[in-house]
Design a protein around this ligand. Structure first.
Ligand code: NAD
Length: 396
């Protein structure tokens, strides 16, 4: 059994605690912190948590606590992690790790110097669909990954602080791009260096300073491309969808909204439908088990197993740091309207990578470019002469 201090009682503190206490779990949140005495007491009562406090250090330094989970606004991650390092506690932090790459790097150095366990809570690489898709990719089911697209968009966040860049670090890009960038990076290969980015962003609909819509490309050292689409400007609920294309196949996934579960309700009595749902009447799109389908269960299982076995989890603060660096380069690209280099303070992956080409030999003379059966039943091949470079077609 692991004993956990939960920092934050908002949306993510709630989902995390639901996941940690889910079903017959043996792990427990034993101490919860929030700045509001009333809120923290109610949260503790709702989740059967024995201790609650409005003093962060009291929760973190509780001698009974093994693990600190940080579920606070982005500007408070660093202080909470410093407190965890000082108390010598394992620390798990929500996304984004920090408001920018310099802050993320400082955080990484703090935990590494303290020698404490650190896990980056990027739940969307732990959704059941992502895990299954990733296992297939690893076995070579779609060949080499050449493109991964991840889209997360909804009508905008639920708390004031997200909308203030000095607290959050930015707009839709920092809030949602961190998920999409890491999803694509995971499929392409976390040991392959992200080299440069091109990003567009604008403030299209909301009366705010930060971007409410951002779309970008991340180019990796082997030539693969990660594409992300993020928006606080999308109407209709929360879209979470991913696509992966490889030299030998492709994958397409909806993690939310369009999952194959659709309901029509005229009175709309359920009250809560799913995160960021815009309506509870008419056609609605509930989600079977939200904490499971959003990846929280597999994520905490991986984190807690890694702590038990003294191994590295799938995602740690180095991954959080890389994501922050990619997003910093995106913000530079938004301004310059040019490709911008991803400037890593330290690269821990591979320096040499294999090219993505998947040439297929037709015979001694030709490469096979393409084969296709046409509507009139003819079968054609397009071939390239290995010596002359000529492209020809013939029927077979
Ligand atoms: N899928 C995910 O991984 C996911 C989803 C949502 C949010 N998040 C992240 O979780 C963190 C919290 O987001 P949220 O959605 O729970 O926000 P929220 O607004 O719902 O809750 C924030 C919590 O922090 C507390 N808080 C706010 N300002 C504070 C202050 N100045 N001092 C002390 N406490 C303060 C609030 O009282 C509340 O308990 C953010 O970093 C966000 O990016 C992650």
């Amino acid at each position: 059994m692991k004993k956990i201090a939960m920092l934050g009682t908002g949306l993510i503190g709630t989902f995390y605690t639901m996941s940690l206490h889910g079903l017959r779990s043996r792990d427990r949140v034993i101490h919860v912190y929030s700045r509001s005495g009333e809120r923290v007491k109610k949260f503790a009562q709702d989740f059967n948590i024995p201790k609650w406090t409005t003093d962060l250090k009291t929760a973190v330094s509780d001698p009974e606590v093994d693990i600190v989970v940080v579920g606070l606004p982005n500007n408070l991650h660093k202080d909470a992690i410093v407190a965890s390092a000082e108390a010598g506690k394992a620390v798990l932090c929500t996304k984004p790790l920090a408001r920018n790459a310099d802050e993320a790097w400082e955080i990484l150095k703090i935990v590494e110097k303290a020698g404490i366990f650190h896990g980056y809570l990027e739940d969307l690489v732990y959704t059941p669909k992502h895990l299954k898709a990733y296992a297939s990719v690893e076995k070579g089911a779609i060949g080499k990954v050449i493109w991964a697209r991840s889209r997360e968009a909804h009508p905008g966040p639920h708390s004031d602080w997200f909308w203030k860049p000095e607290i959050s670090g930015g707009g839709a890009l920092i809030d949602l791009g961190c998920h999409c960038i890491e999803i694509a990076r995971h499929f392409i290969g976390k040991d392959i260096r992200p080299v440069e980015v091109m990003c567009w962003a604008d403030t299209q609909v909301h009366p705010i300073e930060a971007e409410d819509h951002a779309i970008g490309l991340v180019r990796y050292a082997n030539g693969a491309i990660g594409q992300f689409e993020t928006g606080w400007s999308f109407r209709g609920g929360m879209e979470l969808k991913d696509e992966v294309s490889g030299t030998d196949g492709s994958i397409r996934m909806d993690n939310f909204l369009r999952t194959g579960f659709e309901m029509f309700s005229a009175p709309g009595k359920s009250g809560y439908v799913a995160e960021k749902a815009e309506t509870e009447t008419g056609w609605i799109f509930p989600v079977g088990d939200e904490v499971h389908e959003l990846g929280y269960n597999h994520m905490f299982a991986d984190m807690l197993d890694a702590i038990d076995n003294a191994t590295k989890p799938l995602e740690d603060f180095y991954d959080g740091y890389i994501v922050n660096e990619i997003m910093d380069a995106c913000y530079r690209s938004i301004k310059s309207k040019k490709w911008e280099k991803v400037e890593l303070k330290e690269w821990r992956g591979r320096d040499k990578v294999e090219p993505l080409s998947a040439f297929r030999e037709y015979d001694d003379k030709y490469w096979l470019v393409k084969e296709e059966t046409l509507a009139d039943k003819r079968k054609k091949v397009i071939l390239k002469d290995k010596k002359t470079g000529d492209i020809i077609q013939k029927e077979v």
